[in-house]
Ligand binder design. Sequence first.
Ligand SMILES: C[S@@+](CC[C@H](N)C(=O)[O-])C[C@H]1O[C@@H](n2cnc3c(N)ncnc32)[C@H](O)[C@@H]1O
Length: 280
Amino acid sequence: MRKHRASNTAKMVAYQRALGNLIPAVPGYSDPVAEQMLPKKWKKKVEKVKERLPASPFPFWFRGMGIFNQFRTVVLDNAITSGLPFEQLVILGAGFDGRAWRLPGLGNTSVFELDHPATQAIKRQRTQQRKPIAKEIHFVGIDFTSDDLSSKLDETGFGRNGKTFWLWEGVTMYLKPKEVSATLSSIAELSGRGSKLAFTYMGKKDGKVPASIFLRLIGEPIRSGYSNKEITEVAYESEWRLAENTGIEDWIRDLSPGLDLTERKVGMQWHERIAVAVKG
Ligand SMILES: C[S@@+](CC[C@H](N)C(=O)[O-])C[C@H]1O[C@@H](n2cnc3c(N)ncnc32)[C@H](O)[C@@H]1O
């Protein structure tokens, strides 16, 4: 992360979501808010695609990644809505996540969005005209590598021990293992009965964490990855019990059987997985 600049990966994934919303490839996918969050230059690109809608809204080189991220969105949306009702939804490393403005059922839920202040500043400005679905939104500026999550949340009216859903999408892989573990422990301590957590993490390929030269070049290298056994243990040590642990092959089978998506088309992100955990 370059601390004084908005996250590039947050912009990229929102750009993919905005393009994907033009012609969704995954049943249940919809993100009409993403386009509004984009920098002007990227928004213009989406508008251009809209004018002459091709068969696929994605340039060929990231079509696979774009579709992968639609699955990621749908699986996490389902995890959240099936966990309702809860008092608080905390989105760790929220980037340009639009759920507080688009996800049905959040009318009685307070949303806390945590991210680097640089990314958050842009988001606040781009969403100020849009009424959220959520009961209220609190923006909490944080650096997971150096700030104390509990005190940051305490400052904003977060209710310790409330029933909370924690969402951590597309972030753990940019943190070192000890930072991932520390965050898992902090949020477990802040969680009341019935709280849940959904997060994505980088799996391993042939026993190794996949690397990406591109991500390194844009200043957001991959720093952690886990096998299924390792993530189960790491979560358990922090008082989280994994209830689900799924990957792209499961999502294709369950949501869009027969879809022609391969590791070659998606790239390294093919190994990103989603874990859903309950406290205790
Ligand atoms: C790939 S983006 C994902 C954003 C969002 N969750 C989504 O899926 O659209 C990664 C996010 O993690 C945030 N992030 C990465 N490292 C962080 C850190 N050390 N402290 C706070 N936020 C961090 C970035 O600012 C960025 O918004």
